[in-house]
Design a protein around this ligand. Structure first.
Ligand code: E4P
Length: 224
């Protein structure tokens, strides 16, 4: 399962990328709003930093014509490899059909039900983004919904992969990784949380202490 950063803060993106094995960045209009900066200024910075890693950018228009025009501008400014995030609505599906036929890369988003994911796959989306925690908050089961969507793609022979989004905890991420989902996008704090474990810290400190007891304080394999 690929791992993406769900954020537009370039400092955070750089920090997470330095330590974690990540494959790119996803953004949405609310995430861009948090930056308080012109959207294409922020996105161009992110694109430059990412190189050929994945960048996913969401359209704002509600109508198919507007969505297609935005897709053209996004790829013109940020490169044709940029994934266009399109909400799975009636108009969104119309735009997806046309854009996928034109070779655009598409991430179907705002997915709350397996039927949205199924239709996105039929419309040619590369990724479908179920909102795991938001589905949980509706009283349904986000992880199980994402698994059902994954089954629809695999059993139906669709190229579409799950790009699970909206995570609240490591357990949700782990369940979908174990299930073989294609991708997860997580906020920086969720990525940090994947290895936040005091027991690990304790074990590493104990190893160091034992070794220093043998060869002297501050010594490593370099100078013993
Ligand atoms: C990503 O595609 C989604 O826009 C995002 O993960 C939603 O996350 P949230 O539910 O934490 O806002």
């Amino acid at each position: 399962m690929k791992l993406l950063i769900d954020d537009a803060n370039i400092a955070k993106i750089k920090e997470i990328s330095e330590f974690f094995p990540v494959d790119g960045v996803t953004t949405n209009p609310s995430i861009l709003a948090k930056s308080g900066r012109p959207p294409f200024e922020v996105l161009s910075e992110i694109r430059e930093f990412l190189g050929d890693k994945e960048l996913h950018v969401q359209v704002i228009s509600a109508d198919a014509e507007g969505i297609m025009k935005e897709a053209a501008k996004i790829t013109e400014v940020l490169g044709k490899e940029t994934f266009i995030k399109i909400p799975v609505t009636r108009e969104g599906l119309k735009a997806m059909k046309a854009l996928s036929a034109d070779g655009y890369k598409i991430t179907a988003t705002a997915i709350y039900t397996p039927m949205q994911a199924y239709l996105a796959a039929r419309a040619g989306a590369d990724y479908a983004a179920p909102y795991v925690n938001r589905i949980d908050n509706l009283g349904a089961n986000g992880v199980e919904s994402a698994m059902t969507m994954h089954d629809i793609f695999v059993n139906g022979g669709y190229k579409t992969e799950i790009l699970a989004a909206s995570f609240k905890n490591s357990q949700q991420v782990q369940a979908l990784a174990a299930y073989g989902c294609g991708c997860a996008t997580c906020a920086p704090d969720i990525i940090e949380g994947l290895i936040a474990n005091p027991t690990v810290t304790y074990a590493v400190e104990a190893f160091k202490k034992d070794f220093e007891g043998l060869v002297g304080e501050g010594k490593t394999m370099l100078d013993c």
